[in-house]
Design a protein around this ligand. Structure first.
Ligand SMILES: CCCCCCCCCC/C=C\CCCCCCCC(=O)SCCNC(=O)CCNC(=O)[C@H](O)C(C)(C)COP(=O)(O)OP(=O)(O)OC[C@H]1O[C@@H](n2cnc3c(N)ncnc32)[C@H](O)[C@@H]1OP(=O)(O)O
Ligand SMILES: Cc1cc2nc3c(=O)[nH]c(=O)nc-3n(C[C@H](O)[C@H](O)[C@H](O)COP(=O)(O)OP(=O)(O)OC[C@H]3O[C@@H](n4cnc5c(N)ncnc54)[C@H](O)[C@@H]3O)c2cc1C
Length: 667
């Protein structure tokens, strides 16, 4: 079956048009699967269309040619235009629509509202009492104030229990006194803190009567609402340029005995009474919920980052012709090379897999917040914490790898800022660090795994959560030809073996006399391996579940090819564990390799449409190389001509230095 996809093909590069004609599914239908519903996929298209009708939002000067100050100014200009059209463009307070709007118009390099939407408002929703929400949430949603999330300090990010900023309660004035006692206590890194925000959620150690209660969230006004000047007692500024994400003003912040009213401690779950008595929350880590919120989004957001890089690389690979295969009269599209397919298609599969996980974890977080806020039920917190800790680490790692391969797949042009892939890479890999450094978070996931293994060893398998149930599965011989379930069984065995081995190692060191912390550190590499396998198993199972639920036959068939590629690629990638433990034979390995190669061939005709289905506009992609029309050479030449260096034939640097130098050399 062949579809001419709905987008207009006329005028596009004929090689791309040919790819779109031969696709076996409809990209609008695929978009419904990617974005979770027909309604949201349609809304995205509608929003994109509405944006294209606002002249002030069309791309002006390419971001690559802008200074940092120009990028920040441009993002603010766009936000101002958006603000004027907000209610016509999206349903107010619809988070997904707001994110789409920002991604499309402002892109990924950061902007003053990035943390306002993703952490400031969510913290007010999850941590502020009804009364506090009344006071601040409405103002935040109407954008009367701009907020950020200030937690990390110069000296501490991973180890929250050692944050040094203090919030000391003064019963006589019913105030908290915020203070930065040392240079390492300066808040350092928070996005949009430096220059844009006038409010912040500040995580500080709550101190009452000389007793420390650990990090708690406070809402703090940083700047005068009229003049935007920092308030007395506050030192705030920008931390300087970064590897990417330079449209954002990540900042520093210090307090000099800065007083805030008692009512600025967010008090939905804990309270400090006027006399200083403390009511503790129903769960010790409830104050960490905003981090869980962002982590629960990361599989989706990282999947979309990698998708952008792959749209660019796949379209380009269908247009770029170099070398010959059978027909010596015409060079082939580089996408026809097996190595190119092997470089790109497993990442396409991962993009889909990650996004399906993201759809699930975003919903899990929403449910958790309802359970906690409405019913005080915190029982889901531990599972979501361990799941999202593992997932953010695995997904960001593979996303970085996938984007870098996409860059290389574009040859020399991939290295140019015209491809925009380096910026996507720089922004995406920040995710390996923010919201918890990946190793640290893998070790959080390992805590849950070790606990589960210990339950099995102690004879209490009935206490395992559903995600851990595979730890009780007995070893079996598996026939891989029966389909996805066989792959799951092998993966389960591999993950189970590693979880038991790592736990055994931990116990061995403890029995030999090490404390649990020291034994943990001596086993940490093995523990992180167990966490990765556990998480990859979850990703694999989610992918299978999602594909099974699809009703559109042609979409399902295309995704089944992608799923088969994923299953074989993943199993091959962890084969060393399976071979070492005798879980798989070398004959099975050969079978997997052959299946993998044949999946590449099956996916080839659909590659461009699998990526077109993300329906990123050229405005959002910001890539000269990856534009929908595929006229890469003309577009590249125009872009290069617009470089500031090409606005004059002879640069001042030549007149001032090179010419005199050459003249001197002649003497
Ligand atoms: C990103 C979304 C935006 C999308 C927009 C897209 C548009 C694109 C343009 C923008 C692009 C990017 C946007 C950038 C956004 C950047 C945001 C970045 C923001 C930040 O980075 S904020 C700072 C984040 N910081 C961290 O994550 C710190 C990491 N550290 C920790 O979380 C903790 O210290 C810890 C490692 C979890 C340890 O905590 P602690 O020492 O207190 O606890 P223990 O290890 O002793 O464990 C005790 C016990 O508690 C359990 N536990 C820990 N945390 C939780 C939890 N959250 N929930 C439930 N349970 C928890 C732990 O498991 C232990 O249990 P056990 O005893 O084993 O039973
Ligand atoms: C782009 C970007 C945006 C950010 N935005 C914000 C924001 O809005 N608000 C905010 O508060 N913060 C923000 N941050 C800060 C970020 O959350 C922290 O940098 C992150 O949590 C990592 O902490 P760290 O810098 O202390 O790393 P470190 O912990 O110092 O990591 C250094 C090394 O030590 C290792 N390590 C540390 N502890 C352990 C351990 N227990 N076991 C094993 N290894 C360990 C790590 O694995 C790593 O290899 C942002 C950071 C970036 C890059």
């Amino acid at each position: 079956m062949s579809f001419l996809n709905k987008e207009i093909c006329d005028g596009d590069n004929p090689d791309l048009t040919e790819e779109r004609r031969t696709a076996t599914f409809d990209t609008d239908r695929m978009a419904q699967v990617i974005y979770g519903s027909e309604k949201f996929a349609a809304r995205r298209r509608q929003i994109t269309k509405s944006i294209s009708r606002i002249p002030a939002l069309q791309d002006t000067k390419p971001l690559a040619f802008m200074t940092r100050e120009e990028k920040i100014t441009e993002a603010c200009r766009e936000l101002d235009v958006l603000s004027d059209h907000w209610e016509q463009l999206i349903y107010v307070n619809d988070e997904e629509e707001a994110l789409h709007l920002h991604r499309e118009v402002i892109g990924m390099e950061g902007h003053p509202f990035a943390l306002h939407e993703t952490m400031f408002i969510p913290t007010l929703v999850s941590q502020a009492s009804d009364e506090q929400q009344e006071k601040w949430l409405g103002r935040a949603r109407k954008r009367e104030i701009i907020g950020c999330y200030a937690q990390t300090e110069l000296g501490h990010g991973s180890n929250l229990r050692k944050l040094e900023t203090t919030a000391t309660y003064s019963p006589s004035t019913q105030e908290f006194i915020l203070h930065t006692p040392t240079i390492t206590a300066l808040k350092w890194w928070p996005g949009a803190l430096g220059k844009s925000s006038n409010y912040a959620i500040v995580m500080a150690d709550l101190v009452i009567k000389n007793k420390s209660y650990g990090p708690h969230p406070f809402i703090v006004q940083l700047r005068d609402e009229k003049t935007h000047q920092p308030l007395p007692g506050i030192t705030v500024g920008d931390i300087g340029p970064k590897m990417a994400f330079n449209g954002a003003d990540n900042g520093f912040l210090g307090f000099d005995h800065f007083r805030i009213p008692r009512g600025n401690l967010l008090m939905r779950h804990n309270r400090v009474e006027p006399d200083g008595s403390y009511l503790k929350p129903p769960h010790a880590k409830i104050g960490y919920s905003s981090m869980v919120k962002v982590r629960s989004r990361m599989a989706m957001d990282q999947g979309l980052f990698m998708a952008q890089a792959l749209v660019i690389a796949v379209r380009y690979s269908a247009v770029r012709r170099q070398g010959f295969l059978e027909d010596k009269s015409q060079e082939v599209k580089v996408l026809d090379y097996q190595t190119q397919q092997h470089r790109l298609f497993p990442s396409i599969a991962r993009v889909y897999a990650f996004i399906f996980c993201g759809l699930e974890t975003i919903q899990l977080y929403e449910k958790l917040i309802l359970d906690v806020n409405k019913n005080g039920d915190t029982s889901g917190m531990a599972d979501l914490h361990s799941l999202t800790s593992g997932l953010k680490s695995v997904v960001t790692h593979f996303t970085g790898q996938g984007i870098e391969q996409a860059r290389m797949a574009c040859g020399g042009h991939g290295y140019s800022m015209a491809s925009y892939i380096s910026e996507i890479y720089g922004v995406a890999v920040a995710g390996c660090t923010y919201e918890g450094e990946n190793m640290v978070m893998l070790l959080q996931c390992a805590r849950a795994l070790v606990k589960a293994v210990e339950l099995v060893e102690e004879g209490h398998p009935e206490k395992l959560s559903p995600m851990m149930a595979y730890l009780t599965k007995p070893s079996v011989t598996v026939d891989l030809t029966v389909g996805p379930e066989a792959y799951v069984k092998i993966f389960q065995l591999i993950a189970k073996k590693q979880a038991f081995k790592a736990t055994e190692q931990l116990h061995k060191f403890m029995v030999a006399g090490d404390s649990r912390d020291v034994a943990w550190n001596k086993s940490a590499v093995e523990l992180t391996k167990a966490s990765r396998l556990h998480t990859r198993l979850y990703i694999l199972k989610t992918f299978i579940r999602r594909v099974e639920s699809i009703t559109d036959i042609s979409v399902k068939a295309a995704l089944t090819d992608l799923l088969n590629l994923h299953l074989n690629y993943e199993l091959l990638d962890v084969a060393s564990y399976a071979l070492a433990d005798g879980i798989m034979s070398s004959t099975q390995m050969d079978f997997i390799k052959n299946q993998l190669y044949s999946s590449l061939e099956k996916i080839r005709p659909n590659a461009v449409s699998l990526m077109d289905s993300f329906q990123f506009s050229d405005l959002q992609l910001r890539s000269v190389l990856g534009r929908r029309d595929g006229h890469v050479y003309q577009n590249l030449f125009e872009w290069a001509k617009s470089s500031p260096l090409n606005q004059s034939e002879v640069l001042p640097s030549v007149t001032q230095y090179l010419k005199p130098m050459m003249e001197k050399s002649k003497l």
